[in-house]
Design a protein around this ligand. Structure first.
Ligand code: IMP
Length: 189
């Protein structure tokens, strides 16, 4: 089975390759621009993105929309995570949280997968905390300020370890469960 990973983010492509390795799914990185609607729900952004791509007769693909939802900031940056990362960055987020007692946050990853004409949408989550300062050089985006266990940041652990616990790794597990149902339904091994 071959799926196109449609994204402009090389960090995500690398993680998908790792996740699908050994699951019998070949991934191909493809860059196809499509309109991303503004919505307060990741699922709606992904659903509309899939619709746009299918209108262009594109099939067998994966898109995703992810975000970091910080509790003391009422879920901000959430669906605006990409814009906030590009503008104020991790330093700006840390400043916004200066003195915050509650540093809990959730990473969410919503994957939309079109496979053999079927649409699957799943959302994976990973709870954790926002550290007091940036740490580590691995990963991308908010990885240096997010910790799943309160000690190491996502940027301080190898990609294979991150995928076992991350929102994207969780979403991929949910997706594989769904894909298996279609394979069974189609009578394929
Ligand atoms: P998008 O899904 O590409 O719109 O990503 C939203 C924002 O969240 C971007 O700034 C990404 O860099 C960031 N982001 C998404 N996934 C992760 C992750 O696994 N670690 C750190 N930052 C992430």
């Amino acid at each position: 089975m071959k799926l196109s990973i449609i994204t402009s983010n090389p960090g995500k492509v690398e993680e998908y390759r790792h996740c699908f390795d050994g699951l019998g799914v070949e991934t191909v990185h493809t860059k196809i621009p499509y309109d991303e609607v503004q919505s307060s729900e990741l699922e709606e952004v992904v659903g509309k993105g899939m619709y746009e791509l299918k209108k262009k007769s594109i099939s067998n693909f994966i898109i995703d929309d992810s975000g970091l939802f910080i509790n003391c900031l009422e879920g901000f940056p959430g669906v605006w995570s990409a814009y906030v990362q590009k503008t104020i960055g991790n330093g700006g987020v840390l400043k916004l949280m200066d003195g915050a007692a509650d540093r809990s946050a959730v990473f969410k990853c919503c994957i939309g997968c079109n496979i053999d004409g079927n649409d699957i949408i799943v959302t994976g989550t990973c709870g954790g905390t926002i550290l007091e300062e940036s740490r580590g050089t691995e990963g991308f985006g908010y990885d240096p300020i997010f910790s799943h266990n309160g000690t190491e940041s996502f940027a301080e652990i190898p990609i294979g370890e991150k995928n076992k616990i991350s929102h994207r790794g969780h979403a991929v597990s949910l997706l594989m469960e769904e894909i298996k149902k279609y394979l069974i339904y189609d009578g394929k091994p």
